[in-house]
Write a protein that binds this ligand. Structure first.
Ligand SMILES: C[S@@+](CC[C@H](N)C(=O)[O-])C[C@H]1O[C@@H](n2cnc3c(N)ncnc32)[C@H](O)[C@@H]1O
Length: 497
Protein backbone atom coordinates (compact mmCIF):
# COMPACT_ATOMS: atom_id res chain seq x y z
CA UNK A 1 0.00 0.00 0.00
CA UNK A 2 1.33 3.39 -0.96
CA UNK A 3 0.29 6.78 0.35
CA UNK A 4 -2.25 8.07 -2.08
CA UNK A 5 -4.82 10.75 -1.44
CA UNK A 6 -6.58 9.59 -4.61
CA UNK A 7 -8.04 6.89 -2.41
CA UNK A 8 -10.59 9.60 -1.53
CA UNK A 9 -12.57 12.00 -3.70
CA UNK A 10 -14.86 14.96 -3.04
CA UNK A 11 -18.58 14.34 -2.98
CA UNK A 12 -21.35 16.78 -3.89
CA UNK A 13 -21.15 18.36 -0.43
CA UNK A 14 -17.39 18.80 -0.63
CA UNK A 15 -16.53 16.03 1.83
CA UNK A 16 -13.67 13.67 1.02
CA UNK A 17 -15.30 10.30 0.72
CA UNK A 18 -13.55 6.97 0.25
CA UNK A 19 -13.40 5.99 -3.42
CA UNK A 20 -13.90 2.33 -2.74
CA UNK A 21 -16.74 3.01 -0.32
CA UNK A 22 -18.72 5.46 -2.40
CA UNK A 23 -21.16 7.83 -0.83
CA UNK A 24 -24.09 7.23 -3.11
CA UNK A 25 -24.08 3.71 -1.82
CA UNK A 26 -22.09 3.77 1.39
CA UNK A 27 -25.08 4.68 3.45
CA UNK A 28 -27.49 2.90 1.21
CA UNK A 29 -28.40 0.17 3.58
CA UNK A 30 -28.00 -2.32 0.73
CA UNK A 31 -31.79 -2.76 0.68
CA UNK A 32 -31.62 -6.50 1.10
CA UNK A 33 -34.60 -8.67 0.61
CA UNK A 34 -34.55 -11.07 3.55
CA UNK A 35 -36.18 -13.66 1.30
CA UNK A 36 -33.24 -13.54 -1.06
CA UNK A 37 -30.27 -15.91 -0.71
CA UNK A 38 -28.08 -14.70 2.12
CA UNK A 39 -25.72 -12.61 0.13
CA UNK A 40 -25.06 -8.93 0.49
CA UNK A 41 -25.08 -6.77 -2.60
CA UNK A 42 -23.20 -3.51 -2.25
CA UNK A 43 -21.87 -1.09 -4.80
CA UNK A 44 -18.32 -2.32 -4.62
CA UNK A 45 -17.57 -5.92 -5.27
CA UNK A 46 -14.58 -5.73 -2.94
CA UNK A 47 -17.00 -5.35 -0.06
CA UNK A 48 -19.27 -8.23 -0.84
CA UNK A 49 -19.47 -10.87 1.77
CA UNK A 50 -21.17 -14.20 1.63
CA UNK A 51 -23.28 -15.14 4.56
CA UNK A 52 -23.22 -18.87 5.13
CA UNK A 53 -26.44 -20.59 5.94
CA UNK A 54 -26.44 -20.42 9.71
CA UNK A 55 -29.68 -20.65 11.56
CA UNK A 56 -30.15 -17.19 13.00
CA UNK A 57 -32.04 -18.59 15.95
CA UNK A 58 -29.66 -21.39 16.70
CA UNK A 59 -28.79 -22.37 20.22
CA UNK A 60 -25.44 -20.70 19.82
CA UNK A 61 -27.08 -17.34 20.36
CA UNK A 62 -27.53 -17.56 24.06
CA UNK A 63 -26.21 -14.75 26.08
CA UNK A 64 -24.03 -11.71 26.23
CA UNK A 65 -23.10 -8.60 28.09
CA UNK A 66 -22.35 -4.99 27.57
CA UNK A 67 -18.75 -4.35 28.22
CA UNK A 68 -18.35 -0.87 29.66
CA UNK A 69 -14.79 0.28 29.38
CA UNK A 70 -13.40 3.65 30.29
CA UNK A 71 -9.81 4.59 29.70
CA UNK A 72 -9.16 8.29 30.00
CA UNK A 73 -6.85 10.16 27.61
CA UNK A 74 -3.60 11.91 28.08
CA UNK A 75 -1.47 13.93 25.77
CA UNK A 76 1.15 11.87 24.04
CA UNK A 77 4.61 12.53 22.71
CA UNK A 78 5.29 9.25 21.01
CA UNK A 79 5.53 10.18 17.38
CA UNK A 80 5.87 8.15 14.27
CA UNK A 81 9.40 9.35 13.58
CA UNK A 82 10.34 8.26 17.06
CA UNK A 83 8.90 4.87 16.36
CA UNK A 84 10.80 4.75 13.14
CA UNK A 85 13.99 5.69 14.92
CA UNK A 86 13.33 3.07 17.54
CA UNK A 87 12.61 0.43 14.97
CA UNK A 88 15.88 1.32 13.27
CA UNK A 89 17.87 1.67 16.47
CA UNK A 90 16.55 -1.64 17.70
CA UNK A 91 17.72 -1.86 21.27
CA UNK A 92 17.24 1.60 22.73
CA UNK A 93 14.03 0.47 24.48
CA UNK A 94 10.47 1.52 23.87
CA UNK A 95 10.46 4.39 26.36
CA UNK A 96 13.67 5.99 25.15
CA UNK A 97 11.83 8.78 23.34
CA UNK A 98 8.93 9.20 25.73
CA UNK A 99 8.10 11.77 28.33
CA UNK A 100 8.05 9.87 31.60
CA UNK A 101 5.55 12.16 33.30
CA UNK A 102 3.12 11.92 30.43
CA UNK A 103 3.32 8.16 30.43
CA UNK A 104 2.74 8.07 34.17
CA UNK A 105 -0.27 10.31 33.91
CA UNK A 106 -1.60 8.20 31.06
CA UNK A 107 -1.37 5.16 33.26
CA UNK A 108 -3.18 6.91 36.10
CA UNK A 109 -5.90 8.20 33.82
CA UNK A 110 -6.31 4.81 32.17
CA UNK A 111 -7.45 3.31 35.43
CA UNK A 112 -10.53 5.50 35.67
CA UNK A 113 -13.63 3.42 36.19
CA UNK A 114 -16.19 6.01 35.11
CA UNK A 115 -18.89 4.42 32.94
CA UNK A 116 -18.98 5.27 29.25
CA UNK A 117 -22.66 6.03 29.04
CA UNK A 118 -24.76 8.04 31.40
CA UNK A 119 -28.17 6.76 30.40
CA UNK A 120 -30.61 8.56 28.15
CA UNK A 121 -29.27 11.96 29.16
CA UNK A 122 -26.13 11.64 27.07
CA UNK A 123 -26.66 12.05 23.37
CA UNK A 124 -24.12 14.73 22.74
CA UNK A 125 -21.78 12.87 20.42
CA UNK A 126 -22.13 10.47 17.49
CA UNK A 127 -20.77 7.76 19.78
CA UNK A 128 -24.15 7.69 21.47
CA UNK A 129 -26.06 7.09 18.24
CA UNK A 130 -25.84 3.40 19.03
CA UNK A 131 -24.42 1.66 22.06
CA UNK A 132 -22.54 -1.18 20.51
CA UNK A 133 -21.69 -3.90 23.04
CA UNK A 134 -18.01 -4.07 23.99
CA UNK A 135 -17.22 -0.59 22.70
CA UNK A 136 -14.21 1.06 24.22
CA UNK A 137 -14.26 4.55 25.55
CA UNK A 138 -13.84 7.49 23.18
CA UNK A 139 -11.37 8.97 25.64
CA UNK A 140 -9.08 5.94 25.49
CA UNK A 141 -9.34 5.89 21.72
CA UNK A 142 -8.50 9.58 21.41
CA UNK A 143 -5.51 9.19 23.72
CA UNK A 144 -4.07 6.28 21.80
CA UNK A 145 -4.56 8.08 18.49
CA UNK A 146 -2.90 11.18 19.83
CA UNK A 147 0.07 9.30 21.29
CA UNK A 148 0.77 6.94 18.42
CA UNK A 149 -0.14 8.89 15.29
CA UNK A 150 -0.04 12.28 13.64
CA UNK A 151 -2.41 14.28 11.47
CA UNK A 152 -3.11 12.62 8.10
CA UNK A 153 -1.73 9.28 9.29
CA UNK A 154 -3.87 6.25 8.62
CA UNK A 155 -5.46 4.41 11.55
CA UNK A 156 -6.69 0.85 11.06
CA UNK A 157 -9.33 -0.89 13.17
CA UNK A 158 -10.19 -4.33 11.78
CA UNK A 159 -12.71 -5.06 14.60
CA UNK A 160 -14.39 -1.66 14.61
CA UNK A 161 -17.71 -2.62 16.23
CA UNK A 162 -19.69 0.53 16.92
CA UNK A 163 -17.16 2.80 15.24
CA UNK A 164 -15.37 4.45 18.16
CA UNK A 165 -12.03 4.41 16.36
CA UNK A 166 -13.51 5.81 13.15
CA UNK A 167 -15.23 8.72 14.90
CA UNK A 168 -12.17 9.61 16.98
CA UNK A 169 -9.82 9.30 14.01
CA UNK A 170 -12.05 11.64 12.04
CA UNK A 171 -12.25 14.30 14.74
CA UNK A 172 -8.48 14.01 15.28
CA UNK A 173 -7.79 14.71 11.60
CA UNK A 174 -6.55 11.20 10.83
CA UNK A 175 -7.53 8.98 7.94
CA UNK A 176 -8.95 5.66 8.92
CA UNK A 177 -9.77 2.31 7.45
CA UNK A 178 -12.10 0.30 9.63
CA UNK A 179 -13.83 -3.01 9.15
CA UNK A 180 -16.07 -5.53 10.83
CA UNK A 181 -17.84 -8.64 9.63
CA UNK A 182 -21.05 -7.58 11.36
CA UNK A 183 -23.23 -5.51 9.00
CA UNK A 184 -24.87 -3.91 12.04
CA UNK A 185 -21.44 -2.62 13.10
CA UNK A 186 -20.62 -1.15 9.70
CA UNK A 187 -24.11 0.37 9.46
CA UNK A 188 -23.76 2.30 12.73
CA UNK A 189 -20.13 3.20 12.01
CA UNK A 190 -21.13 4.76 8.70
CA UNK A 191 -24.00 6.71 10.22
CA UNK A 192 -21.69 8.03 12.94
CA UNK A 193 -19.02 9.15 10.51
CA UNK A 194 -20.91 10.43 7.46
CA UNK A 195 -21.82 14.10 7.98
CA UNK A 196 -25.43 14.94 7.21
CA UNK A 197 -25.75 17.71 4.65
CA UNK A 198 -28.20 20.55 5.23
CA UNK A 199 -30.85 19.08 2.92
CA UNK A 200 -30.59 15.68 4.56
CA UNK A 201 -30.99 17.29 7.98
CA UNK A 202 -34.15 19.02 6.77
CA UNK A 203 -35.47 15.72 5.47
CA UNK A 204 -34.78 14.03 8.83
CA UNK A 205 -36.52 16.92 10.59
CA UNK A 206 -39.58 16.48 8.37
CA UNK A 207 -39.62 12.77 9.21
CA UNK A 208 -39.44 13.52 12.94
CA UNK A 209 -42.24 16.10 12.63
CA UNK A 210 -44.54 13.51 11.08
CA UNK A 211 -43.96 10.88 13.76
CA UNK A 212 -46.65 11.94 16.30
CA UNK A 213 -49.42 11.56 13.71
CA UNK A 214 -48.06 8.80 11.55
CA UNK A 215 -47.27 6.41 14.39
CA UNK A 216 -50.68 6.47 16.03
CA UNK A 217 -51.81 2.93 16.81
CA UNK A 218 -55.12 3.61 15.08
CA UNK A 219 -53.24 3.76 11.78
CA UNK A 220 -53.28 0.61 9.66
CA UNK A 221 -50.04 -1.39 9.68
CA UNK A 222 -47.96 -1.31 6.51
CA UNK A 223 -49.54 -3.88 4.20
CA UNK A 224 -46.50 -5.84 3.17
CA UNK A 225 -43.54 -6.45 5.37
CA UNK A 226 -41.10 -9.05 4.18
CA UNK A 227 -39.06 -8.62 7.36
CA UNK A 228 -42.09 -9.65 9.39
CA UNK A 229 -42.67 -12.59 7.08
CA UNK A 230 -39.05 -13.65 7.46
CA UNK A 231 -39.17 -13.68 11.25
CA UNK A 232 -37.07 -10.61 11.95
CA UNK A 233 -39.77 -9.32 14.31
CA UNK A 234 -39.96 -12.58 16.23
CA UNK A 235 -40.43 -11.97 19.92
CA UNK A 236 -42.07 -8.59 19.42
CA UNK A 237 -45.62 -9.88 19.14
CA UNK A 238 -46.21 -10.11 22.89
CA UNK A 239 -48.71 -8.17 24.97
CA UNK A 240 -45.91 -5.89 26.16
CA UNK A 241 -44.18 -5.25 22.87
CA UNK A 242 -46.58 -5.32 19.90
CA UNK A 243 -47.53 -1.65 20.23
CA UNK A 244 -43.93 -0.47 20.08
CA UNK A 245 -43.23 -2.85 17.21
CA UNK A 246 -46.16 -1.30 15.33
CA UNK A 247 -44.87 2.23 15.99
CA UNK A 248 -41.49 1.15 14.61
CA UNK A 249 -43.08 -0.32 11.49
CA UNK A 250 -45.10 2.83 10.91
CA UNK A 251 -42.06 5.06 11.47
CA UNK A 252 -39.87 3.04 9.10
CA UNK A 253 -42.59 3.00 6.47
CA UNK A 254 -42.30 6.76 5.96
CA UNK A 255 -38.49 6.94 5.79
CA UNK A 256 -37.45 8.45 2.45
CA UNK A 257 -35.40 5.78 0.66
CA UNK A 258 -34.21 8.12 -2.08
CA UNK A 259 -31.55 9.86 0.03
CA UNK A 260 -29.21 7.24 1.47
CA UNK A 261 -27.90 9.36 4.32
CA UNK A 262 -31.36 10.51 5.39
CA UNK A 263 -32.64 6.97 5.33
CA UNK A 264 -29.74 5.59 7.34
CA UNK A 265 -29.93 8.39 9.87
CA UNK A 266 -33.68 7.93 10.46
CA UNK A 267 -33.16 4.19 10.82
CA UNK A 268 -30.40 4.85 13.35
CA UNK A 269 -32.74 7.05 15.41
CA UNK A 270 -35.19 4.15 15.53
CA UNK A 271 -32.37 1.71 16.25
CA UNK A 272 -31.12 3.69 19.22
CA UNK A 273 -34.61 4.11 20.64
CA UNK A 274 -35.58 0.49 20.13
CA UNK A 275 -32.34 -0.62 21.80
CA UNK A 276 -33.22 1.62 24.73
CA UNK A 277 -36.72 0.13 24.86
CA UNK A 278 -35.95 -3.54 24.40
CA UNK A 279 -32.39 -4.46 25.24
CA UNK A 280 -31.50 -5.64 28.73
CA UNK A 281 -34.04 -3.79 30.77
CA UNK A 282 -36.44 -5.25 33.25
CA UNK A 283 -39.55 -3.48 31.94
CA UNK A 284 -40.74 -2.43 28.52
CA UNK A 285 -41.74 1.24 28.28
CA UNK A 286 -45.26 2.26 27.33
CA UNK A 287 -45.97 3.08 23.70
CA UNK A 288 -46.40 6.77 24.61
CA UNK A 289 -43.02 6.79 26.33
CA UNK A 290 -41.46 5.06 23.34
CA UNK A 291 -42.93 7.55 20.88
CA UNK A 292 -41.83 10.58 22.86
CA UNK A 293 -38.33 9.12 23.39
CA UNK A 294 -38.09 8.43 19.66
CA UNK A 295 -38.80 12.08 18.97
CA UNK A 296 -36.44 13.26 21.73
CA UNK A 297 -33.65 11.04 20.44
CA UNK A 298 -34.33 12.19 16.89
CA UNK A 299 -34.05 15.86 17.78
CA UNK A 300 -30.96 15.32 19.93
CA UNK A 301 -29.20 13.24 17.27
CA UNK A 302 -30.04 15.79 14.62
CA UNK A 303 -28.51 18.51 16.73
CA UNK A 304 -25.36 16.43 17.23
CA UNK A 305 -25.24 15.73 13.49
CA UNK A 306 -25.43 19.43 12.73
CA UNK A 307 -22.64 20.37 15.14
CA UNK A 308 -20.57 17.42 13.99
CA UNK A 309 -20.94 18.29 10.29
CA UNK A 310 -20.02 21.90 10.96
CA UNK A 311 -17.02 20.96 13.10
CA UNK A 312 -15.42 18.81 10.42
CA UNK A 313 -12.73 20.15 8.21
CA UNK A 314 -13.93 19.14 4.75
CA UNK A 315 -10.40 18.32 3.71
CA UNK A 316 -10.29 15.53 6.29
CA UNK A 317 -10.98 12.24 4.59
CA UNK A 318 -13.98 10.30 5.86
CA UNK A 319 -13.23 6.80 7.12
CA UNK A 320 -13.24 3.78 4.86
CA UNK A 321 -15.83 1.48 6.41
CA UNK A 322 -15.66 -2.05 5.10
CA UNK A 323 -17.98 -4.92 5.84
CA UNK A 324 -15.25 -7.46 5.82
CA UNK A 325 -13.67 -9.84 8.30
CA UNK A 326 -10.09 -10.74 9.01
CA UNK A 327 -8.70 -12.80 7.41
CA UNK A 328 -9.87 -11.43 4.06
CA UNK A 329 -9.37 -7.73 4.67
CA UNK A 330 -5.80 -7.58 3.30
CA UNK A 331 -6.94 -8.96 -0.06
CA UNK A 332 -9.81 -6.47 -0.24
CA UNK A 333 -7.58 -3.55 0.66
CA UNK A 334 -4.98 -4.61 -1.90
CA UNK A 335 -7.54 -3.69 -4.58
CA UNK A 336 -6.99 0.00 -3.91
CA UNK A 337 -4.03 2.20 -3.07
CA UNK A 338 -3.72 3.55 0.41
CA UNK A 339 -0.91 4.30 2.81
CA UNK A 340 0.24 1.92 5.55
CA UNK A 341 -1.31 2.63 8.95
CA UNK A 342 0.73 4.37 11.64
CA UNK A 343 -1.52 2.78 14.22
CA UNK A 344 -3.73 -0.26 14.50
CA UNK A 345 -6.12 0.47 17.33
CA UNK A 346 -8.54 -2.31 18.04
CA UNK A 347 -10.35 -4.61 20.41
CA UNK A 348 -11.02 -8.12 19.12
CA UNK A 349 -13.59 -10.37 20.75
CA UNK A 350 -12.26 -11.63 24.09
CA UNK A 351 -11.37 -15.29 24.75
CA UNK A 352 -14.03 -17.07 26.78
CA UNK A 353 -16.42 -14.13 26.58
CA UNK A 354 -19.63 -14.38 24.58
CA UNK A 355 -20.99 -10.95 23.81
CA UNK A 356 -24.21 -10.57 21.87
CA UNK A 357 -23.01 -8.14 19.21
CA UNK A 358 -25.90 -9.26 17.02
CA UNK A 359 -28.86 -9.61 19.36
CA UNK A 360 -30.83 -7.64 21.88
CA UNK A 361 -32.12 -9.35 24.98
CA UNK A 362 -35.74 -8.56 25.52
CA UNK A 363 -36.48 -8.23 29.24
CA UNK A 364 -32.93 -9.45 29.79
CA UNK A 365 -33.88 -12.90 28.50
CA UNK A 366 -35.26 -13.51 25.03
CA UNK A 367 -32.90 -12.82 22.16
CA UNK A 368 -34.32 -10.79 19.31
CA UNK A 369 -32.90 -9.97 15.88
CA UNK A 370 -34.86 -6.72 15.48
CA UNK A 371 -31.71 -4.54 15.08
CA UNK A 372 -31.08 -6.03 11.63
CA UNK A 373 -34.65 -5.34 10.54
CA UNK A 374 -34.43 -1.73 11.70
CA UNK A 375 -31.00 -1.18 10.11
CA UNK A 376 -32.16 -2.91 6.90
CA UNK A 377 -29.32 -5.41 7.09
CA UNK A 378 -29.28 -9.15 6.63
CA UNK A 379 -28.87 -11.38 9.63
CA UNK A 380 -27.80 -14.96 9.33
CA UNK A 381 -25.10 -15.95 11.74
CA UNK A 382 -24.86 -17.41 15.17
CA UNK A 383 -22.98 -16.05 18.13
CA UNK A 384 -19.72 -17.87 17.33
CA UNK A 385 -19.38 -16.00 14.05
CA UNK A 386 -19.00 -12.70 15.92
CA UNK A 387 -17.12 -13.90 19.02
CA UNK A 388 -14.66 -16.11 17.13
CA UNK A 389 -15.65 -19.16 19.17
CA UNK A 390 -18.58 -21.16 20.45
CA UNK A 391 -19.45 -21.83 24.05
CA UNK A 392 -19.22 -25.52 23.36
CA UNK A 393 -15.44 -25.32 23.10
CA UNK A 394 -13.94 -24.45 26.48
CA UNK A 395 -10.41 -25.23 25.25
CA UNK A 396 -10.58 -22.03 23.16
CA UNK A 397 -8.69 -23.74 20.37
CA UNK A 398 -10.95 -22.28 17.68
CA UNK A 399 -10.66 -18.82 19.20
CA UNK A 400 -6.87 -18.77 19.16
CA UNK A 401 -6.72 -20.32 15.72
CA UNK A 402 -9.03 -17.63 14.32
CA UNK A 403 -7.14 -14.94 16.21
CA UNK A 404 -3.84 -16.07 14.65
CA UNK A 405 -5.30 -16.06 11.16
CA UNK A 406 -6.83 -12.63 11.79
CA UNK A 407 -3.50 -11.14 12.89
CA UNK A 408 -1.59 -12.82 10.05
CA UNK A 409 -3.94 -10.90 7.77
CA UNK A 410 -3.40 -7.69 9.77
CA UNK A 411 0.38 -8.25 9.51
CA UNK A 412 0.01 -7.95 5.72
CA UNK A 413 -1.56 -4.54 6.16
CA UNK A 414 1.05 -2.90 8.40
CA UNK A 415 4.67 -1.78 8.22
CA UNK A 416 7.65 -2.01 10.58
CA UNK A 417 6.76 1.38 12.07
CA UNK A 418 3.09 0.59 12.76
CA UNK A 419 2.12 0.34 16.42
CA UNK A 420 -0.62 -2.15 17.25
CA UNK A 421 -2.57 -1.19 20.36
CA UNK A 422 -5.21 -3.59 21.58
CA UNK A 423 -7.51 -3.72 24.53
CA UNK A 424 -8.14 -7.34 25.47
CA UNK A 425 -10.13 -8.84 28.33
CA UNK A 426 -9.55 -12.12 30.10
CA UNK A 427 -11.50 -14.04 32.68
CA UNK A 428 -8.51 -16.30 33.29
CA UNK A 429 -5.46 -14.08 32.71
CA UNK A 430 -2.64 -16.50 33.64
CA UNK A 431 -3.68 -19.01 30.99
CA UNK A 432 -5.27 -16.76 28.39
CA UNK A 433 -2.63 -14.03 28.33
CA UNK A 434 0.21 -16.39 27.56
CA UNK A 435 -1.82 -18.06 24.81
CA UNK A 436 -2.76 -14.65 23.45
CA UNK A 437 0.84 -13.47 23.35
CA UNK A 438 2.09 -16.64 21.75
CA UNK A 439 -0.65 -16.32 19.12
CA UNK A 440 0.48 -12.77 18.37
CA UNK A 441 4.03 -14.04 18.12
CA UNK A 442 2.97 -16.79 15.71
CA UNK A 443 1.20 -14.16 13.61
CA UNK A 444 4.45 -12.18 13.31
CA UNK A 445 4.25 -9.60 16.11
CA UNK A 446 6.46 -8.84 19.08
CA UNK A 447 5.25 -7.17 22.23
CA UNK A 448 6.56 -3.76 23.30
CA UNK A 449 6.44 -2.92 27.01
CA UNK A 450 6.43 0.60 28.38
CA UNK A 451 7.59 0.50 32.00
CA UNK A 452 5.94 3.83 32.76
CA UNK A 453 2.55 2.44 31.77
CA UNK A 454 2.86 -0.67 33.90
CA UNK A 455 0.37 -1.28 36.67
CA UNK A 456 1.53 -4.79 37.48
CA UNK A 457 4.73 -6.72 38.03
CA UNK A 458 4.52 -8.15 34.53
CA UNK A 459 5.15 -4.66 33.11
CA UNK A 460 1.71 -4.25 31.53
CA UNK A 461 -1.20 -1.90 32.00
CA UNK A 462 -3.98 -3.91 33.64
CA UNK A 463 -7.35 -2.75 34.83
CA UNK A 464 -10.37 -4.35 36.43
CA UNK A 465 -13.48 -4.17 34.34
CA UNK A 466 -16.22 -1.94 35.73
CA UNK A 467 -19.96 -2.14 35.09
CA UNK A 468 -19.99 -5.57 33.62
CA UNK A 469 -23.70 -6.02 34.02
CA UNK A 470 -24.03 -8.64 31.33
CA UNK A 471 -20.66 -10.19 31.95
CA UNK A 472 -21.90 -11.13 35.39
CA UNK A 473 -25.04 -12.56 33.91
CA UNK A 474 -23.18 -14.48 31.25
CA UNK A 475 -20.43 -15.79 33.43
CA UNK A 476 -22.57 -16.88 36.33
CA UNK A 477 -23.87 -19.68 34.13
CA UNK A 478 -20.34 -20.93 33.74
CA UNK A 479 -19.42 -20.55 37.39
CA UNK A 480 -16.64 -18.07 36.71
CA UNK A 481 -16.50 -15.28 39.24
CA UNK A 482 -17.22 -11.98 37.47
CA UNK A 483 -14.73 -10.09 39.58
CA UNK A 484 -11.93 -11.94 37.83
CA UNK A 485 -12.64 -9.98 34.62
CA UNK A 486 -9.49 -8.06 33.74
CA UNK A 487 -8.43 -6.02 30.76
CA UNK A 488 -4.97 -5.32 29.50
CA UNK A 489 -3.60 -2.88 26.95
CA UNK A 490 -1.26 -4.84 24.67
CA UNK A 491 1.17 -3.04 22.40
CA UNK A 492 2.93 -4.79 19.52
CA UNK A 493 4.97 -4.19 16.43
CA UNK A 494 5.98 -6.44 13.61
CA UNK A 495 8.85 -8.74 14.53
CA UNK A 496 12.16 -7.46 13.24
CA UNK A 497 14.14 -10.32 11.74
C1 LIG B 1 -15.07 -5.92 21.11
S1 LIG B 1 -15.95 -5.57 19.63
C2 LIG B 1 -15.18 -4.11 19.07
C3 LIG B 1 -15.77 -2.89 19.72
C4 LIG B 1 -15.16 -1.60 19.24
N1 LIG B 1 -13.83 -1.40 19.75
C5 LIG B 1 -16.03 -0.40 19.61
O1 LIG B 1 -15.56 0.56 20.16
O2 LIG B 1 -17.26 -0.46 19.36
C6 LIG B 1 -15.34 -6.81 18.57
C7 LIG B 1 -15.91 -6.78 17.14
O3 LIG B 1 -15.21 -7.73 16.36
C8 LIG B 1 -16.09 -8.17 15.33
N2 LIG B 1 -15.49 -9.40 14.77
C9 LIG B 1 -15.47 -10.64 15.29
N3 LIG B 1 -14.74 -11.46 14.51
C10 LIG B 1 -14.29 -10.72 13.48
C11 LIG B 1 -13.46 -10.97 12.36
N4 LIG B 1 -12.96 -12.19 12.13
N5 LIG B 1 -13.19 -9.97 11.51
C12 LIG B 1 -13.70 -8.72 11.73
N6 LIG B 1 -14.49 -8.42 12.77
C13 LIG B 1 -14.78 -9.40 13.65
C14 LIG B 1 -17.41 -8.35 16.03
O4 LIG B 1 -18.47 -8.30 15.10
C15 LIG B 1 -17.38 -7.12 16.97
O5 LIG B 1 -18.04 -6.05 16.35
Amino acid sequence: MQSDTAAWKSDAEGYCIPLADTTSSDLKTSAPDPRAPKRHVTANAAHNIDLPNHDANSQECCSGHTNEIELVPTAGMFHREQLTQQAMAGSSGPSAYLNRDELLSMRTASLSSAPISLGTRRTNSPHEFYRYPGRFSPAFTRAAISVFSQKDDLILDPFVGGGTTAVEALVSGRRSLVADLNPLATFVTRVKTRPLAHNSRLAVQRWIDQLPQVTLLSRPSPETDIWLDQGYLKGLDTRLTWRIAKVIRLALAIVDPTDARTEAFCRCIVLRTAQWAFDMRSTVPSVEEFRSTLITHGRAMLKVAETFAESLDKTTELPYVMEKGVPGLADSVSKFTIQKPALVLTSPPYPGVYVNYHRWKLLGRREIRAPYWIANQLDGHGLAHYTMHARAEPTLRTYFDRLRRAFEDIARLVSATTTVVQLVGFNNPPDQLSRYLSTMNDAGFQEVLFPELATADDGRLWRSVPSRRWWTEAQSRRSIAPHTAQEVVLIHRLKQD
